[in-house]
Design a protein around this ligand. Structure first.
Ligand SMILES: [Zn+2]
Length: 468
């Protein structure tokens, strides 16, 4: 497929939308072609009980390179079945526990974060949290307090979508460029993190946990000395706090992935604030730190979701798209019973081929919620990237973007303008600011210093012009 117009599209400056968001977000970029506008990369499941979600939809993972061999179809990694056996309904192993229990008051030793706060020692209190995997109510005192964080930000007055997919909203789909709607056509803003800085670098991430098999993955990552970014679901954080502590103490980055794993463009502003706010609070209460980054479930973000996230101190991180390929492993689709394990590994081999054509590195969608997705990623995909010729360098996303480790959390952040120069982030939701940053430089100057990191993305346009 040849998309000669893509370089122009990619570099096009989006018109300022009616609500004036463009001074927050600057250049509108397009990550993918118009041809895949009705497809969406989905992510795994809304349930942590082991069954796959019925809401997962088929993702777009078209390739521009010939499929590579899936190899010998068995893994060298201990505890990972042969590829043919990794299918929906496979017998699952025993759930893993966190490797250690960390007592409250322990000060974590984390590379790059010399002054990390002590681990608080989380104790679950019934009634203190919204229901598991359910949208939190919006009339709580916490949500009312978090809504005040939006004061002074221009939150675009975009009507919520029907279900996050452009097929259901033809009118919104026609305006997807102005809405900056990623799920509907791949539109991004320069505040979105969508690729790593350096070629042949993979910003490794896992979504939807902490899950019962996450420690199996953590053991592998530790043995291979690989750091990753974990986009965690708030209600699962309070369900498995010890696993989150293990992720963090092992040097992995922790980021927000909502409370109930919902399509954010579908939600009202209060609902989005509740989804992000409760997850932020759960992570803070377990780790003592508040992430400065988030990933919208299904990648479903538009300018309203972006503005709310940035106002709440959370920079969006999505995954890489090219005009013909979404860098989605489709591991979630194996867990959902839509495709088999061999298909997932073949998809990932195509992703590696596509990535060699980029001037930048890549960010790939993968999951740690199910044993199937853990086995596919640690047994096959991570191995393939390391053994690829030329090999990929595997890093957490913050690392691959050269963001100092301290800046990944509000409490340790030394960058006064990342992710926002606004004051008064109220993680606890008690109506007072928990972590003062710097004096406000006025409305509309939020979150822009990071954009210098995106200079390399402009190079993508040139690459796309040559390889299609
Ligand atoms: Zn997800």
């Amino acid at each position: 497929m040849k998309l000669s117009a893509f370089a122009t599209l990619f570099a096009a400056v989006g018109a300022a939308n009616a609500s004036g968001l463009n001074h927050h977000h600057g250049v509108l970029k397009r990550q993918a072609s118009t041809t895949d506008s009705s497809s969406a990369s989905s992510s795994a499941a809304s349930s942590s009980s082991g069954g796959a979600s019925s809401t997962a939809s088929s993702g777009s993972s078209a390739s521009v390179t010939a499929p590579a061999s899936t190899g010998t179809a068995s893994s060298n990694v201990e505890g990972v079945p042969p590829l043919k056996e990794i299918t929906f309904g496979m017998p699952s192993g025993t759930a893993w526990e966190a490797s250690t229990t960390v007592a409250s008051g322990v000060v974590p030793t984390i590379s790059g974060i010399p002054d990390a706060p002590a681990i608080p020692g989380f104790v679950f209190k019934s009634g203190a949290w919204p229901k598991q995997d359910k949208a939190p109510p919006t009339d709580s005192e916490e949500v009312k307090a978090w809504m005040k964080e939006l004061d002074g930000f221009d939150i675009p007055d975009l009507e919520p979508t029907t279900d996050g997919y452009c097929a259901s909203d033809p009118e919104f789909a026609a305006d997807a460029e102005n809405r900056g709607w990623w799920t509907c056509g791949g539109w991004t803003r320069d505040t979105d993190i969508v690729a790593c800085n350096d070629k042949l670098t993979w910003g490794v991430s896992f979504d939807d946990g902490p899950g019962p098999y996450t420690p199996k993955l953590l053991k592998y990552l530790d043995e291979k000395d690989i750091s990753a970014t974990f986009f965690v679901v708030g209600s699962r954080v309070i369900e498995r706090p010890a696993i989150l502590v293990q992720e963090y103490m092992s040097g992995h980055e922790i980021a927000v992935h909502t409370w109930s794993h919902t399509h954010l463009t579908q939600q009202t502003t209060e609902q989005i604030v509740a989804e992000l706010g409760w997850t932020r609070k759960a992570i803070k209460e377990v780790l003592g730190v508040t992430p400065t980054t988030m990933r919208p479930p299904y990648g479903d973000i538009d300018d309203r979701v972006r503005a709310i996230s940035l106002a709440m101190g959370l920079v969006p991180m999505i995954w890489t798209r090219t005009p013909s390929a979404t860098f989605d492993t489709n591991d979630w689709a194996v867990a959902a019973g839509n495709v088999d394990g061999e298909s997932c590994v073949e998809t990932f081999n195509n992703i590696l081929g596509n990535a060699t054509e980029l001037d930048t590195g890549m960010i790939v969608l993968a999951h740690d919620l199910y044993e199937i997705t853990v086995d596919l990623n640690m047994g096959y995909n991570l191995e393939a990237a390391q053994k690829h010729d030329p090999p990929f360098t595997l890093k957490a996303i913050g690392q691959c973007m050269d963001i100092p480790a301290t800046d990944m959390y509000r409490e340790t952040n030394t960058n006064k303008t990342f992710p926002s120069n606004k004051v008064a982030i109220d993680v606890s939701g008690d109506g007072t600011s928990d972590a003062e940053t710097v004096a406000s430089a006025g409305n509309g100057a939020a979150a822009m210093t990071l954009s210098t990191s995106f200079a390399t993305l402009a190079g993508l346009a040139a690459v796309f012009a040559t390889f299609f």
